[in-house]
Design a protein around this ligand. Structure first.
Ligand code: DP6
Length: 408
């Protein structure tokens, strides 16, 4: 066992955190739904955990009667097949290590039941998929508890949620689709670390409340069944885009990175429209943000800002530090808050900037009051971390969620 044991109760506990990631080359479509094997490779930027993260505590004890899980303060059903796959796989890897004598740590706890408690530091209302950070954190924490090596983890996290495999690394991360039927080569790997491109900044524009959209799992299933464009994308478009994306990241070429990011987001949403029946993730506000970004870039005659959208209407903006204050001011101007004084920009501070009348005139859009609820300002960040301080544990010495974690 990796962690200090609380001997009397034979309770072992580990707490870790894991980040959210936002794809710039999108994963959309599976060739194997059980193993979660994709039809194309994808590439993402891992966001900083100071702004967005999942924290998970896993405890194991010979006194636990059954595996249990609490998500954001509520007890949930542990029989979820994806959760079960992750648990089984980690236990299998751990036993394998023990049997081959590879493990230097005592992994006897692998035969005990686990209690899992997980919380996000961002509201579900932010519309950010929490499955990526959630499964990455679960798998990473289990691996710390049971002494499983890191190289195998992305294949396990992938079986929780495809995009989760990319959250096991910081910075710029690719998920290679792999060729094998068993998925052993369908793994995530770091392209460059979070410190490689420090000027790169990220804004999440949380748009006004919406009805719940089609989930990505069922959405991509229907796309695979019905969209011919998706096949073309996977076979022809993505292979060359992956190469180009890696090149422009290595060259820190923002205009090329931004253009490719926007084109790939647009192609993903075109495929959603080509799906039958069609899927609409973007709403009017998303469309306005798209127009605003293009008009802003056009004003300067270069790509200074780029958008990308996942399976929902919120925009994720990539830009460079130098252009950040002005662009945030542009967003404030065209999406004014009706009640002033509310915190509009959360996360990393953004300096104020003045907008020229010429820029406002050239953008030539009607302001949409309250169109954007708030902005989360962040940057690229590291992969999962182990929390050494026991105060961070979400479970108490009795193996149950601490009072502060429980929601009504
Ligand atoms: C649009 O990873 O949530 O965010 O594998 O079924 O759990 P499952 O899907 P999920 O899909 C993410 C889709 C996306 C694009 C991306 O993150 O690459």
């Amino acid at each position: 066992m990796n962690m200090p044991e609380n001997d009397k109760q034979s309770l072992s506990m580990v707490t870790c955190t894991a980040p959210v990631n936002i794809a710039v080359i999108k994963y959309w479509g599976k060739r194997d739904e059980d193993l979660i094997l994709p039809i194309n490779s994808s590439l993402s930027v891992t966001l900083h955990q100071d702004q967005l993260k999942t924290t998970t505590t896993v405890a194991c004890s010979r006194n636990f009667q059954q595996d249990r899980i609490w998500l954001n303060g509520k007890g949930e059903d542990i029989s979820n097949p994806r959760l079960q796959s992750c648990l089984q796989e980690i236990r299998r890897f751990s036993r394998k290590r023990r049997n081959t004598g590879d493990s230097t740590s005592d992994v006897s706890g692998v035969s005990h039941k686990v209690h899992i408690c997980s919380v996000n530091n961002f509201p579900t209302a932010a519309g950010l998929a929490s499955s990526a950070s959630g499964y990455a954190c679960l798998v990473y924490t289990l691996s710390q508890l049971f002494g499983v090596e890191n190289e195998q983890l992305s294949a396990v996290a992938r079986q929780g949620s495809g995009s989760a495999c990319r959250s096991l690394y910081g910075g710029f991360v690719q998920w290679k689709l792999g060729e094998q039927l068993d998925g052993k080569d369908s793994l995530a790997e770091q392209v460059e670390s979070e410190s490689y491109w420090p000027e790169l900044r990220v804004l999440i524009l949380v748009v006004s409340a919406e009805q719940k959209s089609v989930g990505s799992t069922s959405g991509m299933h229907t796309s695979v069944e019905t969209s011919q464009l998706l096949k073309y994308r996977a076979d022809v478009v993505v292979p060359s885009r992956m190469e180009e994306m890696i090149r422009v990241i290595r060259e820190r070429d923002f205009p090329a990175f931004g253009e490719l990011t926007m084109k790939d987001s647009n192609q993903f949403h075109a495929i959603c429209l080509d799906t039958y029946p069609p899927i609409f993730y973007l709403n009017n506000m998303s469309h306005r943000i798209i127009s605003l970004v293009h008009r802003y870039n056009q004003y300067y005659g270069e790509t200074r800002v780029a958008y990308t959208f996942d399976a929902g209407p919120n925009a994720v903006i990539y830009t460079l530090q130098d252009h950040l204050p002005e662009f945030v001011q542009v967003v404030r101007h065209f999406f004014p808050l009706e009640v002033s004084g509310e915190e509009f920009v959360k996360g990393l501070p953004v300096c104020s900037a003045d907008l020229s009348e010429e820029l406002k005139r050239d953008i030539n859009m009607e302001p949409t009051p309250k169109g954007i609820r708030y902005i989360i300002s962040t940057k690229a960040g590291p992969g999962p971390c182990v929390m050494k301080d026991p105060n961070h544990h979400l479970l108490g010495a009795d193996g149950l969620p601490k009072k502060s974690v429980i929601s009504d």
